[in-house]
Design a protein around this ligand. Structure first.
Ligand code: TXA
Ligand code: MG
Length: 351
């Protein structure tokens, strides 16, 4: 199969909508990451998503809609869901809700709930509206690779496996949507994202975290899979001093320099120490930039065949909770053998 890349103009949207209606796959931009879409109510179309990605069948998909009317036949809205949808849709929030019977088992992996999201990206909304049907879409990466934040990343992973990719340039957020179980009275945060736990808690009067121990299966089945793993060993460092100490330790073991993923301020510190540009990738000046650049940086580390990567971390609240969630998974998955978290020397004396 030849993969065509088109801009998100009228012709692109029309081509994408036509393919979706015919049960074919389309790579498309959203405000979070690029998605790999198929008609959600056509089981044979949805099966193509699992085949193209190499995705385990027990990991359910998010259904994307472009109006509240489109959502009605898919899921039953609880009072909490009504409230959250009114406040955060369209936008980077996925609501896990009781499913209706028309939703094929292959979408929900047999669960009695379905994840639903109304994306705010104009091209995504236009494509779904033009197709006139709900669109099941995971992130458009091969299973186990970082989520795509550029059309080029989708092409890298899925060329020859998808007939069309819509290209709208870089996505805005760079991390996947916040996933919330909205079946009860309070939201349960299943996956942190741009819409933060703090924001949800203040809006709903509380926000719960899943208690993995009390349930037989992980509440968001996707959380248990190997994720975002760069090919090299990934080490996390709390700040530039921890990164420096870690770098010295790694150099002592092997003189090949590690690739450093750093905030702008830390990158400048290391430049001041004479570190060459090709050993540094900048993650920006704030958390929003960090989120937007992280997945591309992990892909770049692979492109450069970095055997060892040191990544500076961020605080674990607000958007930082989502960043740290993805980084922890990437480090855990990539640390065979030897990666790990080194606390800041400044932090070591405390607590
Ligand atoms: O931002 C996003 O959410 C992107 C774009 C394309 O919209 N999509 C995305 O999909 O990240 P995916 O498949 O990569 O991640 C979906 C996550 C998985 O962790 C999955 O287990 C969870 O949502 N999920 C989906 N349906 C669920 C359900 N019924 N109950 C619990 N978790 C669910
Ligand atoms: Mg994904």
């Amino acid at each position: 199969m030849q993969t065509k890349v088109m801009p998100c103009d009228e012709a692109g949207i029309r081509a994408a909508a036509g393919l979706l209606r015919c049960g074919e796959l389309v790579g498309f931009p959203t405000e979070t990451v690029y998605g790999l879409g198929a008609a959600a109510l056509q089981p044979q179309a949805v099966a193509k998503i699992f085949a193209a990605k190499g995705r385990p069948a027990d990991n359910p998909l998010i259904v994307h809609i472009a109006s509240r009317e489109m959502a009605e036949p898919v899921a039953r809205f609880t009072p909490l869901a009504e409230k959250l949808a009114a406040r955060f849709w369209p936008g980077p929030l996925t609501l896990v809700l009781p499913r209706r019977a028309v939703v094929p088992d292959i979408v929900t992996a047999g669960l009695d709930t379905v994840g639903l999201r109304w994306p705010s990206h104009p091209a995504a909304a236009a494509m779904i509206a033009a197709a006139g049907l709900p669109v099941a879409a995971p992130s458009a990466n091969r299973s186990g690779r970082p989520s795509p934040t550029l059309a080029r990343h989708v092409l890298e992973d899925l060329a020859g496996r998808v007939p069309l990719i819509l290209d709208a340039g870089p996505v805005e957020i760079g991390l996947e949507s916040t996933v919330v179980d909205a079946t009860g009275a309070l939201p349960v945060l299943l996956r942190p994202g741009k819409i933060t736990m703090e924001e949800l808690a203040s809006f709903c009067g509380g926000c719960l975290l899943p208690d993995g121990k009390s349930s037989e299966r992980p509440p968001a089945p996707g959380m248990k899979y190997r994720h975002y793993a760069p090919q090299g060993a990934l080490y996390l460092a709390a700040d530039y001093r921890a990164a420096e100490a870690l770098r010295q330790r790694l150099l002592a073991a092997d003189p090949a320099p590690p690739l450093m993923l750093l905030s702008d301020a830390s990158a400048n510190y290391f430049r001041g120490q004479g570190l060459p540009e090709d050993e540094i990738l900048s993650l920006g000046a704030n958390e929003a930039e960090f989120a937007a650049r992280l997945f591309a940086a992990l892909r770049e580390a692979d492109t450069r065949r970095a055997g060892r990567i040191i990544c500076e971390t961020t605080k674990e609240s607000g958007l930082g909770r989502a960043i740290m969630n993805r980084l922890a998974k990437a480090a855990a998955a990539a640390t065979e053998p030897g990666g790990g978290v080194l606390p800041s020397p400044a932090a070591e004396g405390k607590a």
